[in-house]
Design a protein around this ligand. Structure first.
Ligand code: 5RP
Length: 229
């Protein structure tokens, strides 16, 4: 994804931001471009408070002098701006390539509006080419992984999974869990997979974001396309 496209999508998202807003700050390289642009608005006098979705985002927001708050203090957020790994025409998403899916979903759920910024490579007819990240408690994680595989098979998804690695060790999320990435092929019924995963003990969260995104800004070579509900 070219940097120009990320910046173009982030610039468009900035048009939805007004002074006085409380804003969820997503994670990943595209969300980072938005954070950098937001810091310029704050320099110009915008009164904004942000809630971060990862340690990396917190580091960047602090470097960028963005005032931060928590969901507990803010109660609810006006808007969240975040990236995605895939988006379909229903604005369903697969997120979590960067491992921040749990906090991203919590923040998105507490926002009046979720705006997704991405380049055109993220737009798909069907979700599932990107491996679906599932955040799993470290406690007996292999058993949870097997339960996920078994339950998915019951609804017709015969895939494989692998535990996410960071260098030679298991990747640990900001919330202290593992991630298993599932290759399922085309996800025909994201709603069913969403509910099924939510029902398995040991699953802390997963990267399917259904009925959460309100607006998706897709940057292509020359301009942006806006998808909305
Ligand atoms: C992190 C995410 C990111 O938003 C997603 O991976 C997209 O990242 P990028 O903008 O770098 O392509 O969900 O958990």
């Amino acid at each position: 994804m070219s940097l120009e496209k990320k910046i173009r999508a982030a610039e468009k998202a900035l048009e939805f931001v007004e002074t006085g807003m409380k804003i969820g700050l997503g994670s990943g390289s595209t969300a980072n471009e938005f954070i950098k642009l937001l810091s310029l608005k704050i320099k110009e006098g915008f009164d904004i408070e942000g809630v971060v979705t990862s340690q990396d985002t917190e580091n960047l927001a602090k470097e960028s002098n963005i005032p931060l708050t928590s969901l507990q203090e803010a109660k609810s957020l006006d808007i969240t701006i975040d990236g995605t790994d895939e988006v379909d025409s229903n604005l369903s998403l697969i997120k979590g390539g960067g491992g921040a899916l749990l906090r991203e979903k919590i923040v998105a759920y507490n926002s009046e509006k979720l705006i997704i910024i991405a380049d055109d490579s993220k737009k798909v007819d069907k979700l599932g080419n990107f491996k679906l990240p599932v955040e799993v408690s470290i406690y007996e994680s292999s058993a949870t992984n097997l339960n996920i595989i078994r339950k998915l098979e019951e609804v017709g998804y015969y895939g494989s999974s692998s535990i996410r690695k960071s260098e030679n060790t298991n990747f640990i999320t900001d919330s202290g869990n593992y991630i298993y990435d599932f290759s399922l092929g085309s996800i025909e019924e994201p709603y069913i997979v969403d509910q099924l995963l939510n029902s398995i003990p040991g699953v802390i969260g997963h990267g399917l974001f259904i009925d959460l995104a309100d607006i998706v800004i897709i940057a292509n070579e020359e301009s942006v396309e806006i998808l909305s509900k």
